[in-house]
Design a protein. Structure first.
Length: 434
């Protein structure tokens, strides 16, 4: 059946609006499977039924909806960028950044190496994770990212007090920022021409162009809001701005996620309307996530059953890397009072990780019509595995009695009590973990 892209878009919007009307879920004594459902698992299954299941949303339709997917990815990136307001970020200590960066880099390196080894052992995986190097780097970048709201949701589900949950959420936000920056490596490889024969210079040029595009988009918003003053509708101006930013990222084969994240990070630091911007982003997030998850579900493929074997192996490697980075990083920096398993507290992932995978498909899959489906399936199943494992791992992270009294996370060790956790946890609805 050939479905008109306009009808498909209308259907996706209707699904998203219906989701926003659902009552909130009371999170008490929930199981890991409940957290998967709260993260939008049913919407992914719905997309799987509408796409590969009955072929209602097929590849041509998905190709036509690629600009819509780019806008949705950009919106998710904007919501994440809105967390990083300089007056809060500057209060995060150097040790905090070092530990978050160490966790992200270690996880990226270990998972990338593990995926490469799996591809060597199982050629079927190597033939599906294509293009080879960008796909492996993307798996590592997504593994390095966490999910701030997903981590906070897991913390509430297992009964951890709010101050500890905010510390874990802060650590997850910093790790996710590192993962998003690492994602620039595989994206910059797409049709990149090394400058002077040096790939590093080509990556730097790509990154500068992405940051410059974000700065341009943010400046456009600031200019429009100054001209419109109080008469302007912030929501309309923000939508137009993100349309511009996502369009720039999509058309120039950059990253809609990164361009919009950089743009909104500039906006929340320079605009007096920052609170209204964050409110608009939060109000529209359920609809945006619903559209993304249905599109992702329609893109899923399982060309080889070896993916089902690779996902738990990579998930285990990821958790081990986070544990090792936190444990030995704390020892190297001579931090005391932290439980040895605290790195397991930020295992949970959410919509940001899925958006990063969808960004890869848009760049390397020609708008959803080419390669990337198998890699996206690996990422989505990996996020589901992280959600399933997160509650017991977070309980293990706080297993020692000192964990509930001392610094709850190494990545929050140097954070002053009045600083950034609540701000970096942003205003996203709890039922839509990122």
């Amino acid at each position: 059946m050939n479905l008109s892209p306009v009808l498909a878009l209308a259907g996706l919007a209707a699904i998203g609006l219906l989701v926003t009307r659902l009552p909130p879920v009371p999170w008490r004594h929930v199981t890991s499977l409940d957290l998967v459902f709260a993260s939008g698992g049913p919407l992914v299954l719905l997309g799987l039924v509408l796409g590969p299941g009955i072929d209602l949303i097929n590849r041509p339709v998905l190709g036509a909806l690629a600009p819509v997917a780019a806008l949705a990815i950009g919106w998710i990136g904007a919501a994440f960028g809105a967390r990083f307001q300089w007056r809060y970020v500057r209060r995060i200590g150097r040790v905090t950044w070092l530990l978050a960066g160490l966790s992200a880099v270690t996880t990226f390196a270990v998972v990338t190496l593990g995926a490469w080894l799996l591809g060597r052992v199982v050629p079927a995986l190597a033939s599906e994770w294509t293009p080879r190097l960008p796909a492996l780097l993307t798996l590592g970048a997504v593994a390095a990212a966490s999910g701030p709201e997903a981590v906070a949701l897991v913390a509430r589900a297992v009964g951890i007090r709010n101050s500890v949950a905010r510390a874990f959420s802060l650590a997850a936000a910093l790790e996710t920022a590192c993962g998003a920056l690492v994602l620039t490596l595989p994206l910059a490889l797409h049709r990149a021409q090394p400058l002077g024969g040096h790939a590093v210079l080509g990556w730097l040029a790509w990154l500068i162009l992405a940051v410059g595009s974000g700065a341009l988009v943010g400046t456009v918003f600031l200019g429009l809001t100054r001209q419109l003053a109080e008469r302007g509708n912030v929501g309309f101006v923000l939508l137009a701005t993100l349309l511009f930013g996502a369009g720039v990222g999509y058309a120039t084969e950059l990253s809609p996620f990164l361009v919009c994240a950089f743009a909104v990070a500039l906006i929340v630091n320079a605009s007096p309307r920052r609170h209204a911007v964050r409110r608009v982003l939060a109000d529209w997030e359920p609809l945006i996530y619903a559209i993304v998850l249905v599109i992702v579900g329609a893109l899923l493929t399982l060309p080889t059953a070896w993916i089902l074997v690779a996902v738990p192996l990579l998930a285990a490697v990821r958790a081990a890397a986070k544990w090792a980075a936190s444990r030995y990083g704390s020892l190297a920096l001579r931090l005391g009072g932290s439980p040895p398993n605290v790195g397991l507290g930020t295992v949970a992932q959410g919509g940001v990780a899925i958006a990063m995978g969808l960004n890869f498909v848009i760049v390397y899959g020609d708008g959803g019509t080419g390669s990337g489906g198998a890699l996206l399936t690996t990422i989505v199943l990996g996020v589901a595995a992280a959600q399933l494992a997160a509650p017991p791992l977070m309980t293990l992270a706080l297993r020692t009695p000192a964990a509930s009294r001392a610094a709850p996370a190494p990545a929050a060790a140097s954070l002053t009590p009045a600083a950034a956790p609540a701000e970096l946890s942003a205003n996203a609805p709890a039922d839509w973990p990122r």
